[in-house]
Design a protein around this ligand. Structure first.
Ligand code: ADE
Length: 266
């Protein structure tokens, strides 16, 4: 690994799947420097004085794992924070809500009967936890965004979040898999299969568990926040496209600004 010298503050990686999710952060980036590596463009720079690398991982677990590995090996990041969107699975998780992951599993991993359904072979585990301290800060950052603000105070809760009255922050399990879940029956089946094995997933997406596994391998703290763009049902593809364009990047930008503020007070 080629980490920068020890007097250099190692950057925080902010990872998103799609350009639309990253746009708000790009606009804030100071001293931006584009580095193309492993078939991707990374942006180095500072956000409110914090050294960061913005990464776009594209979609799916393999793409996410490649990107996480590049962030660690090539950029020597000290932590990875994922911001993006997800489909709501938990009954109380609605479009416009935010889910902060406590842990992740791969819902499409099945090496049975050699290993239990959902277990990652030779890791002896099914779930990969987010870093507890970073996850707690991310939860505070998301809660701050969604907190009702007196009209005149300005910054937080003023933007994207306003469109979703009563939007809530949840904390729990996120299920990842190489599948866009876009049917009510499919979503029910997925949720039930997980519940039968003792896993109550709040949301479904396509990258988080892969990044969590890479971060476990390297001992790099990881946390993820997902805004609910759809309910993984028959309307999922319509809701998803509109939401990513109109809302996701504002959420990402507000939550990350809050997180960096909290990190600087630690
Ligand atoms: N990301 C956002 N919505 C999703 C869905 N319904 N399935 C998988 N990933 C998603």
């Amino acid at each position: 690994m080629s980490f920068p010298s020890s007097d250099h503050v190692r950057p925080t990686a902010i990872l998103s799947a799609l350009l639309a999710e990253q746009r708000g952060l790009m606009e804030l980036l100071e001293q931006p420097l584009k580095v193309s590596h492993a078939g991707r463009d990374f942006w180095q720079g500072t956000l409110h004085g914090h050294p960061v690398v913005l990464g776009l991982c594209k979609i799916g677990k393999v793409a996410a794992a490649t990107t996480a590995t590049a962030l660690i090996e090539r950029f020597g990041v000290q932590r990875i924070v994922f911001t993006g969107v997800a489909g709501g699975l938990g009954a109380a998780v609605r479009v416009g809500d935010v889910v902060v992951a406590t842990d992740f599993l791969q819902h499409d991993l099945d090496a049975s009967p050699l290993f239990a359904r959902y277990e990652v072979p030779l890791y002896g585990r099914t779930r990969f936890a987010g870093d507890p301290a970073l996850t707690a800060l991310l939860f505070s950052a998301a809660s701050r965004m969604l907190a009702p603000q007196p009209a005149a105070t300005g910054l937080n809760g003023q933007g994207a979040a306003r469109q979703f009255a009563g939007a809530r922050v949840h904390q729990g399990l996120i299920a990842s898999g190489d599948r866009f879940v876009s049917g009510a029956g499919e979503s029910r089946h997925l949720r039930q299969g997980l519940a039968d094995a003792g896993h109550e997933a709040l949301a479904v997406e396509m990258e988080g568990a892969a990044v969590a596994q890479v971060c476990l391998d390297y001992g790099v703290p990881f946390a993820a926040v997902r805004t609910i763009s759809d309910r993984a049902d028959d309307d999922a593809h319509v809701d998803f496209a509109q939401f990513v364009d109109e809302v996701a990047s504002h959420y990402a930008h507000e939550i990350i600004e809050n997180l960096l503020d909290l990190l600087s007070k630690k």
